[in-house]
Design a protein around this ligand. Structure first.
Ligand SMILES: Nc1ncnc2c1ncn2[C@@H]1O[C@H](COP(=O)(O)OP(=O)(O)OP(=O)(O)O)[C@@H](O)[C@H]1O
Ligand SMILES: [Mg+2]
Length: 362
């Protein structure tokens, strides 16, 4: 059983979205996956449409009354994906546990008991942590062997990282020697902005190889899915969000993803040097993947747009009317006048629409 704490004390960076959709991606690759909602906001429970109706069947009862995990499992709509939901009473658990000896080990003990007693073990347990570093997050860091840090690719993303890595190191040295940061996942990435390129470079600089090869792009379908109580694969299996979380799931499993697979390539898996992201070679070589979205028009790369037209285009993008800028569409050059060209498109060259689902995702 691989237990992964999805943690970042900053709010709204994509922890819950990542826990659910990574979990669903793993389940769709045939794994048995448990999601634990460790946040009193209960966002994960809502997102998976399993808001607890019975207070005695939540994370609160597991942590305070040591109710067996097996009695709390709620199946989701996705085959192989289970959740233990939460609601606001979990907020009180911090205070109650605070004065107890061994308070950090309650979750670890519960998971170990389940593993020992159950004949239906999980391949993965993902822990959706609250945006704080209290007793509940400490429980997650003691129960997990792996830490996955989702980071919003914005200007303040690295703020607070020193504190988080310090806490992880403290838990590792005192309580859980197995604990490691195994993945850093940039979330809500918008490759059209120069800021994104800068922030991703900073994240790479800090975390190097730990940074996921599949940053999660900003995708309106991911923002919509919670209100329908669906995973991204249920909500829009052909969206960029489904593509990205599918890639992350494959990466976590060490499996190849469709993007990497080239049936015509010879068996040596030779790595082909690709032109630098954003280079004129990339921008010029790529054919538009599909007809440009309404509101955009196709122009030659480097064409100066009328300032009014540019403003309208940028506004349409900010308001989400245009999902993506396809290759060959010039944007906002006057707004970025004295700046280097933005990447404008995903350097991995991922499609914004899936041509077809990856294996196992029907
Ligand atoms: N890649 C994305 N593209 C667009 N919207 C996203 C993306 N990832 C997350 N969101 C949206 O951003 C908001 C915050 O995401 P999420 O709830 O996953 O963050 P969080 O870190 O769990 O927040 P909290 O700290 O409050 O628990 C949500 O409304 C979510 O739907
Ligand atoms: Mg959350």
């Amino acid at each position: 059983m691989r237990c992964i704490a999805v943690i970042n004390q900053k709010g709204g960076v994509g922890k819950t979205t990542t826990t659910l959709n990574l979990g669903a991606g793993l389940a769709r690759r045939g794994k048995r996956v448990l999601l634990l909602d460790l946040d009193p906001q209960g966002n994960l429970s809502l997102h998976v449409d399993r808001r607890p109706t019975d207070e005695s069947a939540t994370m609160t009862t597991l942590l305070l009354e040591q109710k067996p995990l097996a009695e709390l499992l709620v199946p989701s709509n996705e085959e192989g994906l289970f959740v233990v939901p939460s609601e606001s009473s979990l907020g009180g658990v911090e205070q109650i546990l605070a004065n107890k000896i061994g308070r950090e080990m309650v979750l670890k003990d519960a998971l170990e008991r389940y593993e020992k007693d159950s004949n239906e073990p999980f391949d993965f347990v993902l822990l959706d942590c609250p945006p704080s570093l209290g007793v509940i997050s400490a429980n997650a860091l003691c129960a997990a062997a792996e830490v996955l840090i989702p980071m919003q690719a914005d200007y303040f993303s690295l703020q607070g990282m020193a504190k988080l890595t310090e806490v992880i190191e403290l838990v590792r040295s005192r309580l859980n020697p197995a604990l490691r940061i195994t993945k850093v996942v940039p979330c809500m990435v918008d490759f059209r902005t120069r800021l994104t390129a800068e922030v991703l470079a900073e994240i790479d600089h800090h975390f190097g190889d730990l940074v996921s090869k599949y940053p999660i792009r900003s995708n309106v379908k991911l923002a919509e899915a919670p209100s329908f109580g669906r995973t991204i694969f249920e909500h829009d299996p052909e969206s960029a969000g489904a593509w990205d979380y599918g890639g992350l799931a494959a990466e976590v499993l060490g499996e190849r993803y469709e993007l990497d697979e080239d049936e015509d390539a010879d068996a040596t898996d030779e790595i082909v040097e690709e032109p630098a992201p954003g280079s004129s070679e990339v921008l010029a070589a790529e054919e538009p993947a599909e007809t440009p979205a309404v509101g955009a028009r196709e122009v030659e790369v480097g064409t100066e747009l009328d300032p009014d037209e540019e403003e309208a285009l940028v506004k349409a993008m900010l308001e989400g009317e245009i999902d993506d800028v396809v290759a060959g569409t010039t944007v906002a050059s006057t707004m970025l006048e004295d700046r280097p060209a933005p990447l404008r498109q995903d350097p991995l060259g991922r499609p914004t629409r899936l041509p077809e689902l990856e294996a196992g995702a029907d």
